[in-house]
Structures are given as C-alpha cells and as structure tokens.
Design a protein around this ligand. Structure first.
Ligand SMILES: *[C@@H]1O[C@H](CO)[C@@H](O)[C@H](O)[C@H]1NC(C)=O
Ligand SMILES: *[C@@H]1O[C@H](CO)[C@@H](O)[C@H](O)[C@H]1NC(C)=O
Ligand SMILES: *[C@@H]1O[C@H](CO)[C@@H](O)[C@H](O)[C@H]1NC(C)=O
Ligand SMILES: *[C@@H]1O[C@H](CO)[C@@H](O)[C@H](O)[C@H]1NC(C)=O
Length: 466
C-alpha cells in the first residue's frame, strides 16, 4: 500500500510541510514588523518628556493602530483560506490515489504557482503595505509617515497621498522638500466611493464616472485626487463655433457626453420639459430668455442692469467672478464689454460646465466647500445670483462672505443679485452683508411672495491699508 501511493503521499506530505513553513514565515514577518514598530516607537522618542505628559498610550502616536489591526486580520483570513484549500486538496489527492496515475511535474509546478505562491504573495503584500512610521523625519523635516495612508488598500490612493520627494534632494519652487498631494479628509468617510474612483488601469481609459467624482466633491472629498487614466470625450466632437457666434448660440449637442444626464441634447433642457433633470435656473438653456438678462429694464427694482453697475466705476472693472448657477450669460455680456468673468459651475443634472465652455467662457468647477482659488485683493467684481439664498447656514455664509471679501480688491464691487429668503430671516441675512461696512451704492428689497423677500445690493469694498 505504502509503496503504491508513494509519489502522491510524498506530494501530500510535501504540501503539508510547505504550507506549515510558509505560513509560519508570514506569521513571523508580521509579528516581527509589529515588534519593530513598537520598539521604534518606544526607543526613538524622547521618553523623558513624552512619558511624563502622555504616558504609555503615546506609543501609538502618529500610527494608525486600527488600520494595522484590520490589515493583519485580512492577512490572517487569507492564510486561513489558503490552509483550508491546501488541506482539502491533500485529502482529495489521498482519495483519488488508487484510480489516477502520477502527477506530472508541469501540473505540480502550475499547482504550486497558482494555489500556493500567488495567495501567499498577496498576503505578503498586504502586510508589506502597512507602512510603519519612521522614527525620525526625512532629512531636515520632522514630518513622519502620513497616517492616513494606512486607511486605504487601493494602491493608487496610497501612492497618491504619499509625499513625493524632490529629485536630487533639492528644494522645489515652493521651497519645500516634497510635494504633498492631498485629498479632502471627508474622503475617508466615502472610502468605498473613493476606492471605486481610484480603481482603474493606469494609462487606459477612465470609467465614465464624473458624476461619482462630483458626488464625492459635493460631499466634502474635495479636492479629489488626480488620476492617471484618460478621460473619455463625446463620440463626435465638433470644433466649437467662433467667438462671435458661440456667445449666444446653443452649442452643438454632439460636443457633450450625455450618458450621465437625463437629457440627450440641449433642446431637451428647456424649462417646459418636466423631465429635463435639473431644477436650479430652469430656462438657463434658452438663449432667447438669457439675452434679456441684465440689459433690459425690469419691472422689479431688485434687477440692476450691467450698464448702471459699470457706470459707478467707469473703466475700472476688468476681471471678476460670477458665483452662481447658470450657463455663463453674465460672463457673455461682460465679454462683449471686454471684461473677463470666471463663472462657477457644477453639473447639477445638466451640462453647465460644458455649455459655459462651449460658449467660449471660463467655467470654474468648484463646490461651496472650497476656499476660492484666487489670491487676496485681486478681483474687481464678484457677482452672485441664484445660488446663495435662504437655505444657507448663517455661519457657512459668513465664511463664504469673508472669503469673497478676501479676494475682492479695495474699491471692488460686490453685486448681490436677487438674494431671497424668508421675511423673518431678513435681519439675520442683512447683517451678514452689513458687517463688512462696505459702501452701499445700491440696496433694494422687494416682496417675492407673502412671506419671502428679494434683496439686491451693490457694495464697494473699502480700502484696508492697515
Ligand atoms: C537642511 O538644513 C541645513 C542646515 O540646517 C541646510 O544647510 C540645508 O540646506 C538643509 N537642506 C535642505 C534640503 O533643506
Ligand atoms: C464671425 O467671424 C467670422 C470671421 O472672423 C465671419 O466669417 C463670420 O461671418 C462671423 N459670424 C457672424 C455671425 O458675424
Ligand atoms: C431703461 O430705463 C432707462 C431710464 O430708467 C432708460 O433711459 C433706458 O432707455 C431704458 N432702456 C430700455 C432698453 O428700455
Ligand atoms: C473691446 O476691445 C476691442 C479691441 O480692443 C475694441 O475694438 C472694442 O471697442 C472694445 N469694446 C468695448 C465695449 O469697449
């Protein structure tokens, strides 16, 4: 009997031993790296000071023990699966020993490769990915390993947020030793979505997932990481219309990827279509209506014309920001007056960024979560319409207004256009604007409905030479 099954029994035993040895190896590696971490944490720090203040707990300082636990758990699970697989294989081989012939070298090799080495490699890599904090900073810096890294398993995210050393050990143009790619910290709360977003093949086409990206941004995962994949374009991209036509003409629908919108062309976005898929600024995609804005006299006193506003500062207004939801009409009118306006835009159910760009204007793709990417005291004008209104939290609004104040130059104009809120909230919101002590060029309220009011103002930032 022993003689009969000799080759396979030997194989079975070999498998057993191999499994035990390799399993032991991984366990030793993991234990030694954990011990390494503890001892590094313990011996390299300035114990006298730290112990006094923080006690033993401080051993964990700067290191994500939670992530370590999860990762080790993951590896242990993989080892379990591998062991079960190998055991059942051995059993199966023993059962089959009578009726089948000997196993060939090739099969044996293949089996080892696929069933043993690969899972073992994966388990090994998962352990390797745990980055232990360096006891000392790198070169002149005392900065330790970014603790957030251990929260993520998708390698592309880990690579992204790892600080990038300058080559040749030089200082870069920012005067720093490395570049710190950031992701908004709220990304951690949307780990699954972020992992989907970063799960792609480097160099190939990205998924058609801008809406996933925008959802992450809106939820505070902002700024998003860059990606190393190629963005898809529309099937038949046509060259845009020349600027003398593009400003007031609905663009060619073929220049938009429609797959993530309810509509499939620009005509479908008209306000009378109940299935247009967006609600803010309905009617924005009808150029006939848009042409009337800010140029024709309105029956409402809260509507100022561009002509009247610019007459306050003749020749002084050259660059500005239009903060709102729209298709760029304000910027288009200003372009005709040789004034450059950047329009904020989010694709909330309709291709707002696309239409602004196709009209030959500049869309700025940002959310309310972010500090504006402009330097202090630089803008001549900020115009805001249709975005901030009675829903907004007062403190949030205060942060936003202070940021606007930051970028507006002394003598620059803040044009609040048809802000609206409940009548009872009027005083609170008015205070938000009044606290900056801007010069009031215009200040108008009008009734919107029985319990709501409209409010428009044209305010000038005073000099701040302090
Ligand atoms: C590190 O610091 C030393 C002096 O403290 C300085 O001479 C050197 O230029 C610094 N190196 C870098 C890369 O900052
Ligand atoms: C726009 O300008 C081009 C030349 O720059 C001209 O050929 C074309 O007729 C103009 N279009 C309109 C509508 O004025
Ligand atoms: C708008 O009203 C002003 C006076 O309030 C007048 O001078 C101007 O011609 C009017 N413009 C239009 C387009 O009706
Ligand atoms: C805009 O600039 C162009 C070229 O400098 C000039 O011909 C045109 O008159 C300007 N338009 C206005 C409204 O100032």
């Amino acid at each position: 009997m022993a003689k009969l099954c000799f080759p396979k029994c030997r194989l079975g035993k070999m498998m057993c031993w191999l499994q035990i040895v390799l399993g032991g190896l991984v366990v030793i590696i993991s234990i030694s790296s954990i011990i390494g971490f503890y001892s590094a944490g313990f011996f390299f720090r300035n114990e006298d000071i730290c112990r006094q203040f923080y006690g033993v707990k401080d051993v964990y300082d700067g290191f994500d023990i939670q992530a370590l636990t999860e990762r080790v758990g993951e590896v242990l699970d993989r080892m379990d699966i591998l062991q079960e697989k190998l055991e059942s294989k051995v059993k199966q081989m023993e059962k089959e020993k009578e009726d089948s012939g000997t196993i060939t070298r090739l099969e044996y090799k293949k089996y080892l490769k696929e069933e043993v080495i690969r899972p073992l490699y994966n388990a090994h890599m998962a352990l390797r990915q745990i980055r232990l904090p360096k006891a000392e900073g790198i070169r002149n810096s005392t900065m330790k390993e970014e603790p957030l890294i251990n929260n993520f398993v998708i390698e592309e995210i880990r690579k992204y947020i790892t600080p990038k050393e300058n080559r040749l050990g030089k200082m870069n143009i920012y005067g720093s030793e490395r570049i710190y790619n950031t992701i908004g910290h709220a990304c951690v709360a949307f780990k699954k979505d972020l992992e989907d977003y970063m799960d792609y093949d480097i160099g190939s086409y990205c998924n058609d997932d801008w809406n996933l990206a925008q959802r992450l941004m809106v939820n505070g995962c902002d700024p998003l990481p860059r990606r190393r994949c190629l963005t898809r374009a529309s099937k038949l991209y046509q060259k845009p219309y020349p600027i003398n036509e593009s400003l007031w003409r609905l663009p060619d629908g073929r220049n938009v990827r429609w797959s993530n919108y309810k509509c499939r062309n620009f005509e479908c976005l008209a306000s009378k279509n109940p299935k247009r898929g967006y609600s803010k600024c309905s009617g924005c995609f009808e150029m006939e209506n848009e042409k009337l804005k800010w140029v024709t006299n309105s029956s409402l006193a809260v509507d100022f014309t561009i002509k009247d506003v610019l007459a306050i500062k003749p020749g002084e207004i050259r660059i500005g920001l239009d903060f709102g939801v729209g298709t760029g009409t304000f910027a288009a009118r200003m372009t005709e007056l040789n004034i450059t306006i950047v329009s904020t835009a989010l694709n909330l159910g309709a291709p707002f960024n696309e239409i602004i760009a196709l009209r030959g204007l500049i869309p700025l793709y940002i959310t309310l979560n972010q500090r504006l990417p402009f330097f202090d005291n630089t803008m001549d004008l900020i115009h805001t319409a249709g975005f901030m209104d009675g829903w907004i939290d007062l403190q949030l609004m205060e942060f936003i207004l202070y940021d606007w104040d930051r970028i507006l130059r002394p003598g620059g104009l803040l044009w609040i256009d048809r802000f609206f809120c409940k009548r009872k909230d009027q005083d609170d919101y008015m205070y938000m604007f009044l606290q900056f002590r801007y010069k009031k060029h215009k200040w108008v309220t009008a009734s919107k409905s029985s319990d709501e009011i409209y409010f428009s103002a044209l305010l000038e930032k005073p000099p701040r030479g302090v």
